[in-house]
Design a protein around this ligand. Structure first.
Ligand SMILES: Cc1cc2nc3c(=O)[nH]c(=O)nc-3n(C[C@H](O)[C@H](O)[C@H](O)COP(=O)(O)OP(=O)(O)OC[C@H]3O[C@@H](n4cnc5c(N)ncnc54)[C@H](O)[C@@H]3O)c2cc1C
Ligand SMILES: *[C@@H]1O[C@H](CO)[C@@H](O)[C@H](O)[C@H]1NC(C)=O
Ligand SMILES: *[C@@H]1O[C@H](CO)[C@@H](O)[C@H](O)[C@H]1NC(C)=O
Ligand SMILES: *[C@@H]1O[C@H](CO)[C@@H](O)[C@H](O)[C@H]1NC(C)=O
Length: 483
């Protein structure tokens, strides 16, 4: 960063402090870092952006990450009894764009993700009663997914990996603005719905009410290509630990990551940013950088310390989110040879458009039943708290025991072996907002006040696509601050 910008930024800071910003004037920074680029969030997007900016563009960087590790939604559980490791968050990586190259570059060998052929039982988790539901025949499911692919492939370039080509409202394809339920009925894609819901669609909460554009960001052409065998199968590290890729990035970034840290105050200008960062030890670091990369969900809570501009607020206030939790639970009544899938009574006998609505538990799946381990996921609206999600899991098991669907075991209790708060996910707006040119207003925020945005709210929810999105964004960031 140029000395002149540093001087101007420090001048701005003095002004901010003299205006009475308590935490700025009262907290003594224990150190000052001067960097080309500061990256907030070290998940899928932030970790990748940091790696490439540092190694491919020769930029000095710092990553400010709230957790004590990189990787975001990758959740790992180490079972102390068996010594085995389980991933209960991110499942696998799509073979899309730059993904394989990143693994090769980090010397992390990969293998196709295993998919279990486990039996499943349809149960209404709310009442605990079995639902006599039969899913579509496999050929019908593939036919529907293939048909869907034929329709949506034409829209891919508008939205994946970036919205750069997204058209003005009058030219937005009508299909993208339909609710997904309307889209499914229009093209008779019912037999594709259970699969979409099971893989990623449940995260959207009310899948069928969501504009098709956002469903395609979660389950779009790239996912369809891997299902249909047009692209390679999704893969995982050969070690079976998804965290390995982020541990490799962490090693390469070394001390350039501030862990357990959050920005508490900031000053963003057209010639650089100042970030006041509080670490887990309570100490403050002052970061001065030419450019800022925001790699966190732009929720009101997350962006508050960045003093969002009016145009940023006008965009970000429109987003609705799901709240997602995932865990590993133990209970002696859970079946060892089948997963329990939450199914509403109206889904009987084979209505694929009757789906659970938030807040709901998705399924209980045995991952190591001999060791007493089942994975579970819960999806809610923005109000769903972690405690309420756990209470829902417990009440679902109790209802299935009370109904006799699961055997009763006296004195049995649900144990939460691991629990991940995935927080706000699947940022989305209504079709009415999309028609009001939302996407282009969002894209127009890029680069303003030296701030660049990446992550799931800006592209897809799939990691590999987010890396491809970064590949388009990073050259712009580099061009914005000449050496
Ligand atoms: C249960 C589950 C399963 C999934 N399975 C898959 C899958 O199989 N394949 C796939 O491709 N995708 C999967 N995803 C989706 C994928 O993980 C996400 O879409 C992706 O991680 C989004 O990347 P991101 O960079 O936007 O955010 P994240 O990866 O969430 O990164 C954000 C980072 O910022 C940190 N952070 C948050 N707030 C702050 C703050 N205020 N200050 C500093 N740091 C902060 C977080 O700790 C996190 O590390 C899954 C998601 C979930 C929840
Ligand atoms: C379940 O539904 C199928 C198809 O409608 C029907 O043939 C069968 O008898 C039902 N079984 C039960 C136990 O209700
Ligand atoms: C699973 O186990 C139960 C209880 O042992 C048994 O009744 C059931 O038939 C088994 N189901 C499958 C699909 O193997
Ligand atoms: C979801 O759970 C939260 C509690 O965390 C509650 O406030 C909200 O009303 C619930 N939503 C629905 C639709 O039940």
């Amino acid at each position: 960063m140029a000395a002149k910008s540093v001087t101007r930024l420090l001048g701005g800071l003095v002004v901010a402090a003299s205006l009475g910003s308590a935490s700025l004037s009262q907290s003594i920074a224990s150190r000052i870092l001067v960097k080309n680029v500061a990256i907030v969030g070290g998940g899928a997007s932030g970790a990748h952006a940091a790696l490439r900016l540092k190694e491919d563009y020769g930029k000095s960087i710092v990553v400010i990450e709230a957790a004590d590790h990189l990787g975001g939604h990758v959740s790992s559980y180490h079972d102390p009894t068996t010594g085995r490791d389980f991933d209960y968050g991110l499942n696998s990586f799509n073979d899309y764009g730059p993904a394989r190259d990143i693994f090769t570059r980090l010397s992390v060998s990969v293998t196709p993700a295993a998919h279990g052929d486990l039996a499943s039982k349809s149960v209404d988790f709310a009442s605990g009663q079995l639902v006599n539901h039969t899913g579509p025949a496999i050929p019908d499911m593939f036919a529907a997914l293939g048909k869907m692919y034929g329709i949506v492939k034409q829209y891919e370039s508008l939205m994946i990996p970036s919205y750069a080509q997204f058209p003005a409202p009058s030219a937005i394809p009508a299909d993208l603005l339909l609710s997904f339920g309307e889209f499914v009925i229009k093209y008779s894609l019912q037999a594709a719905v259970p699969q979409i819901f099971a893989i990623t669609g449940n995260g959207l909460g009310d899948l069928l009410a969501t504009p098709t554009l956002y469903v395609l960001q979660a389950f779009g052409p790239a996912t369809l290509e891997s299902f249909l065998g047009i692209a390679g199968a999704p893969f995982v590290p050969s070690s079976g630990r998804n965290a390995e890729v982020y541990e490799a990035i962490a090693t390469r970034l070394g001390s350039n990551v501030l862990y357990s840290s959050k920005v508490v105050q900031s000053l963003r200008t057209g010639f650089g940013v100042v970030l006041w960062v509080q670490g887990g030890d309570g100490k403050y670091t002052l970061v001065l950088a030419d450019q800022l990369v925001m790699a966190i969900e732009p929720t009101p809570e997350n962006i508050e310390p960045f003093n969002p501009t009016a145009s940023e607020k006008a965009v970000f206030d429109k987003f609705a989110y799901s709240t997602v939790y995932a865990g590993i639970v133990s209970h002696p009544s859970l079946p060892t040879n089948a997963s329990l899938v939450n199914t509403v009574p109206a889904a009987a006998p084979s209505n694929y458009l009757a789906l659970p609505k938030p807040n709901f538990t998705v399924a209980f799946t045995p991952i190591d039943p001999a060791a007493g381990l089942w994975s579970v996921g819960v999806v809610g609206n923005e109000a769903l708290t972690s405690d309420a999600a756990k209470a829902l899991v417990t009440s679902n098991i109790n209802a299935m025991v009370a109904s006799g669907v699961l055997p009763g075991v006296s004195g049995a209790k649900v144990t939460f072996k691991a629990w991940a708060v995935h927080g706000a996910m699947h940022a989305r707006v209504s079709a009415a907002e999309l028609k009001a040119d939302f996407i282009r207003k969002q894209v127009a925020l890029q680069g303003k006040t030296s701030t660049w945005w990446t992550g799931a709210a800006w592209s897809s929810t799939a990691t590999s696509i987010l890396w491809a999105y970064n590949d388009l964004l990073l050259p712009k960031i580099v061009a914005a601050s000449p050496a």
